[in-house]
Design a binder for this molecule. Structure first.
Ligand code: DAH
Length: 342
């Protein structure tokens, strides 16, 4: 028996455990009611009377050693892990923070989905562009102020102009150069202008451009498509109005207003008492643009429109300061947790 006790003492000295569950297994093995040490203690009554004392002491020594060792292992493993035993199932769960869609992405997708429902496909083009795609092909006269350094970020000017696009109308040219009509596209993208950053202007923003070219496309088609878009985006009671305007690449050109979606057209501070807010530019594609892109203006006509995603987002979600869109303030972004694009 003495030999057995000494073996167990050796065994216990060398014990180690990887986790609380293992410590518990060891406790059961050595110290529980039916464990090794209590059963050895039970055997004490069979020991010869003259050896009982010595054996009893030895067994107590073993028990103390085992208890200490197990406590030590329990402390050690507790600091490195939380076991099932420690989980408090009544505690409130730690909230998981999911990422959210950026408001500009939500609104851009919503715009694209409305036009996709009318058969428009999505086309994209490069942000780094040349003079031809951004200006010349789109009928900008050589002295047009948009070509000025004050509006456009040029990357280089010699031998040819390399610039970052000031509008997504450049994608029109890229698609028309490669495709014959019918063409029916919407072109989302980021654009850049050399503006001082303020609540109302930024040096980059986002646009969605639209283009439809086919035989017999008329201004009435344009108006109907834009009315449908406005009512899908801002509600079925929304009205539109088209005001004559000027863009080099469209003739005739117009700017479109919608009835103010805050006061319903009554007149408020947001629409400056007019009942209308401007949302986009549009017009019939100038025959010079069709010609420049290899499309016969005698056979085909088309319309185009362009809108700012920030502007639409501002109208939908009342974001007053443009800078919020690019500052990535988590408090602002989380306001859109529950917003969904359709
Ligand atoms: N490119 C114009 C801008 O950046 C927006 C625009 C106006 C696009 C009229 C068009 C259009 O296609 O027909 O201000």
């Amino acid at each position: 028996m003495l030999e057995k006790i000494n073996d167990i003492i050796e065994e216990i000295r060398g014990l180690d455990a990887a986790g609380q569950a293992q410590v518990e297994e060891l406790r059961i093995k050595y110290l529980s009611k039916k464990g090794l040490i209590p059963s050895l203690m039970g055997e004490l009554r069979n020991v010869a009377a003259d050896k009982k004392r010595e054996m009893g002491q030895k067994l107590n020594e073993l028990k103390t050693l085992a208890t200490e060792k197990i406590n030590e292992l329990r402390d050690k493993t507790a600091s490195t892990e939380t076991t099932d035993v420690d989980i408090d199932l009544t505690r409130t769960a730690t909230p998981l923070h999911f990422g959210t869609r950026h408001p500009l992405s939500l609104v851009k997708d919503e715009i694209l989905n409305i036009f996709a429902g009318m058969g428009f496909t999505i086309a994209e083009g490069p942000e780094i562009e040349d003079d031809w795609h951004v200006f010349s092909s789109l009928n900008f006269p050589p002295d047009h102020p948009a070509r000025d350094m004050q509006d456009t970020f040029f990357i280089s000017r010699e031998p040819s102009d390399v610039l970052i696009r000031t509008h997504t109308s450049s994608v029109q040219t890229r698609v028309m150069e490669k495709t014959q009509p019918p063409i029916r596209i919407v072109c989302p993208g980021r654009v850049y202008r050399n503006e001082a950053i303020s609540a109302r202007a930024h040096c980059f923003f986002h646009q969605v451009e639209g283009l439809y070219i086919d035989r017999n496309v008329s201004f009435a088609d344009l108006k109907q498509v834009l009315l449908y878009f406005a009512q899908q985006m801002f509600g079925p009671e929304t009205k539109i109005r088209l005001r004559p305007s000027y863009f080099p690449f469209t003739e005739p050109s117009a700017e479109m207003d919608i009835s103010c979606n805050i006061c319903g057209g009554e007149g408020c501070a947001f629409c400056k008492g007019t009942g209308w807010v401007e949302i986009l530019g549009c017009g019939m594609v100038d025959p010079n643009v069709l010609k420049a892109c290899g499309i016969d203006p005698e056979v085909y006509t088309g319309y185009a429109f362009g809108m700012g995603v920030e502007r639409i987002t501002n109208l939908k979600y009342r974001v007053k300061d443009l800078r919020l869109f690019s500052e990535n303030d988590i408090r602002f972004l989380h306001e859109f947790d529950n917003a969904r694009s359709r």
